[in-house]
Design a binder for this molecule. Structure first.
Ligand code: SAJ
Length: 422
């Protein structure tokens, strides 16, 4: 078989599910990560992240011998790189993890190997990866030197799965395959067709890189529209939730939901890669980022104003994750708001976050407790994440609190209740 062994570099939120899906189709997969704790956890058949059903699949793949994790790269037929691409100061992309991944796979590369970059990356990164690999291995030929005849095939194939639905979306979503040459695309497509049920669409590496950035910038701009509407509605004393629900009854209007800001490691980061590459052209994309980044400060001001009505305000923050029903706190506006409240000494703070067991170090000084206790204790309740556990809270339980609902899950129900009782 062409792909006797598949190696996945980076066993995080994308790499581990991808490695596991290949392994669950009975392909031998070696996962590589610099984090020894993650490697040991996976080799015990357990997981170090939260994603529905992933624990079961990893347990099965490891116990049947199809998935193994290690800290040292080993030879394979195909290498998939799924490492983080954060930004540095001034929102400049940080490609150091990709460069490090190139350095670790280069020594084990063999003629005929396929190297795929999945990490979200600025346009031109696949070419840079090919250059780094060629510098390490002058004995092999690469697509930028030998074109269709290259020893090593290289492609950019972005992941586009939604956290919380990763296992389903990995299989069902269409996949964009950006080979450096047509032969690179063909081989990459064969690899993904081992498990992808969606269409595998072939394009160039640069278009595939831009496609991934475009998808997330599109969502960011649309969320910014909703967030800007929410601040306009605050100023005009209109319920933004009611407004959006009415406007969305128009057949060609589909406004997203406002929130406390945009979090996660993707949407809050990727649009900056476009802005960095084309600063004079990407005006709307930059403004959307700025609108979304300002949103946590607006929520903070609202909470401060509410707290000013109490001598010793007790504030319960509901949710820390960057979105509903996950444990991921990366770039979370909820975390940022809670942290700023503690920092500014606005009052006593308690946090309700059903998806974590220990309070993050950054929130020292606040107590982690359950919803029941928080509701009994607090004067002010700030809903920051629409976790399913919070949606089930009876609105009668919130009658005696000042409620700041940044996601509209309680405000919506109050509105409906008000309408039916008046
Ligand atoms: N958000 C809102 N209002 C909304 C929708 C989202 O405030 O109406 C907020 C969320 O609360 C969260 C942030 O935006 O803080 C991002 O959440 P998300 O669900 O929009 O996206 P992610 O970051 O979980 O995943 C995105 C997805 N991209 C798109 O939908 C275009 C996913 O498909 C990508 O694979 C992923 O980024 C990624 O890895 O790039």
């Amino acid at each position: 078989m062409k792909f006797d062994t598949i190696s996945v570099i980076g066993l995080g939120y994308i790499g581990l599910p991808t490695a596991t899906v290949f392994a669950s189709r009975q392909h031998a997969v070696v996962g590589v990560d610099v984090d020894k704790h993650a490697v040991d956890t996976i080799n015990q058949g357990k997981i170090h992240i939260v994603e529905p059903d992933l624990d079961m699949l990893v347990h099965a793949a490891v116990s049947q011998g199809f998935l193994r994790a290690t800290t040292c790269t080993e030879p394979a037929n195909a290498f998939l790189i799924a490492v983080p691409t954060p930004f540095k100061e001034s929102h400049k992309p940080d490609l150091s993890h990709i460069e490090a991944a190139a350095a670790t796979i280069a020594p084990v590369l063999q003629k005929g190997n396929l190297v795929i970059l999945e990490s979200t990356s600025p346009v031109g990164t696949t070419d840079a990866l090919a250059t780094w690999l060629a510098e390490h291995r002058p004995d092999l030929t690469f697509p930028q030197q030998a074109g269709e005849a290259s020893d090593i095939r290289i492609a950019y194939c972005p992941e586009r799965v939604l956290p919380g639905h990763i296992l389903r979306e990995l299989v069902e979503n269409d996949r964009i395959i950006g080979g450096m040459t047509p032969a690179c695309s063909r081989l990459a497509r064969e690899l993904y067709e081992l498990f992808v049920r969606g269409n595998c669409i072939v394009t160039t590496a640069r278009t595939a890189e831009m496609c991934k950035l475009t998808e997330n910038a599109f969502r960011d701009v649309n969320i910014a529209f909703a967030n800007e509407l929410s601040t306009i509605c605050d100023a005009l004393d209109i319920s933004v939730w009611e407004l959006i629900s009415h406007a969305n009854r128009h057949p060609r209007v589909n406004i997203l939901q406002p929130g406390p800001g945009v979090g996660g490691h993707c949407i809050a980061v990727d649009p900056w890669f476009i802005v960095d590459s084309a600063p004079d052209e990407a005006k709307l994309i930059r403004t959307a980022r700025e609108v979304n980044d300002r949103k946590p400060h607006r929520v903070l001001e609202k909470v401060k104003n509410a707290a000013a009505r109490f001598k010793q305000p007790k504030i319960a923050c509901f949710g820390l994750a960057f979105k509903a029903n996950i444990d991921d706190l990366r770039e979370s506006p909820a975390l940022e708001i809670t942290h700023s409240l503690i920092d500014a000494g606005v009052g006593e703070i308690c946090v309700v976050e059903p998806n974590i067991r220990t309070m993050p170090a950054a929130l020292e000084g606040a107590i982690l407790c359950d919803a029941e206790r928080a509701l009994k204790w607090a004067d002010i309740v700030v809903l920051l994440v629409d976790h399913k556990e919070f949606a089930n809270i009876q609105i009668e339980r919130l009658q005696s609190h000042v409620v700041i609902d940044t996601r509209g899950i309680w405000s919506n129900r109050r509105r409906i209740a008000d309408a039916t009782t008046s």
